[in-house]
Design a protein around this ligand. Structure first.
Ligand code: 6PG
Length: 249
């Protein structure tokens, strides 16, 4: 598979959020036009917060038919949704403060009862029902990257989870228990977009951009692409400073 990592180096965090918001709007409108809906899987962490807030503001809020948007999760911390660590809570406190998505379109990863494994199976089933097949094809998966090269809740040195949604019990990034889309699920997406900022990720980002997606030993973030081998990386100058020469798309 021909790999292509598109690199966009934003001038500032606001520029990065604006570029990301513009791309989300474009993908949402194309998806709705072609398929009548837009399936978007979201990540947690601190980087995407500004994007989620920006999407509730003009011109982005009005530029998307939010009634056609289905929100999913790339991963979730296995805590109650009211917990300060919950990504569901992050989305409710940012994006859903300013846009209205029908309740049935807000596909949260279940974490309120049962075991992580039981809930991973429940979410797998929800994805099968929504996408009508064993492998979900998200229109866009929004991802971050940790300084160790993890993405979603797929961590270096951990075996590749099987299936579509997996339970993680030993996340090096707290909280330790999580649910995550697997590489299989992520790699089927139509589009994958990373938001990466901060000097503490610069060396790892350079390593990712030098890596071969087919190298099973590569960092999890380096092994991610959309179905056709492409991925978009929206980064700030600090995170990009160690990348060796790379032709941006
Ligand atoms: C999570 C995320 C995780 C995150 C990265 C980057 O729920 O923790 O899914 O994969 O995207 O750790 O986090 P920051 O954006 O906070 O650096």
């Amino acid at each position: 598979m021909k790999l292509h990592r598109e690199l966009f180096i934003a001038g500032s965090l606001d520029d990065l959020a604006r570029e990301a918001a513009a791309r989300v709007v474009d993908l949402a409108n194309r998806s709705v036009q072609m398929r009548g809906r837009f399936s978007l899987a979201l990540s947690g962490g601190s980087t995407p917060r500004r994007l989620y807030q920006l999407l509730t503001q003009s011109p982005y809020r009005q530029a998307i038919d939010w009634s056609r948007v289905h929100l999913f999760f790339a991963d979730e911390r296995f805590v109650p949704h009211a917990d300060s660590e919950s990504t569901v809570r992050l989305i409710r406190e940012t994006l859903l403060q300013g846009v209205t998505v029908p309740d049935e379109n807000f596909h949260v990863m279940p974490t309120e009862s049962g075991s992580p494994e039981q809930n991973a199976a429940l979410y797998t089933r929800e994805l099968e029902l929504f996408f009508g097949g064993t492998v979900p094809v998200f229109d866009l998966i929004l991802l971050g990257m940790g300084p160790d090269g993890h993405t979603a809740s797929l961590f270096p040195g951990h075996p590749d989870p099987a299936g579509i949604v997996a339970a993680v019990h030993d996340s090096p990034k707290p909280p330790p228990i999580r649910l995550t889309l697997t590489l299989t699920a992520i790699r089927a997406a139509r589009e994958v977009m990373f938001l990466v900022t901060g000097a503490d990720k610069a060396e790892t980002l350079a390593q990712v951009f030098d890596a071969d997606i087919n190298d099973a030993q590569a960092l999890p973030a380096a092994r991610v692409s959309a179905f056709d081998g492409r991925s978009s990386w929206l980064v700030d100058p600090e995170a990009a400073r160690a990348i060796r020469c790379h032709s941006s798309a």
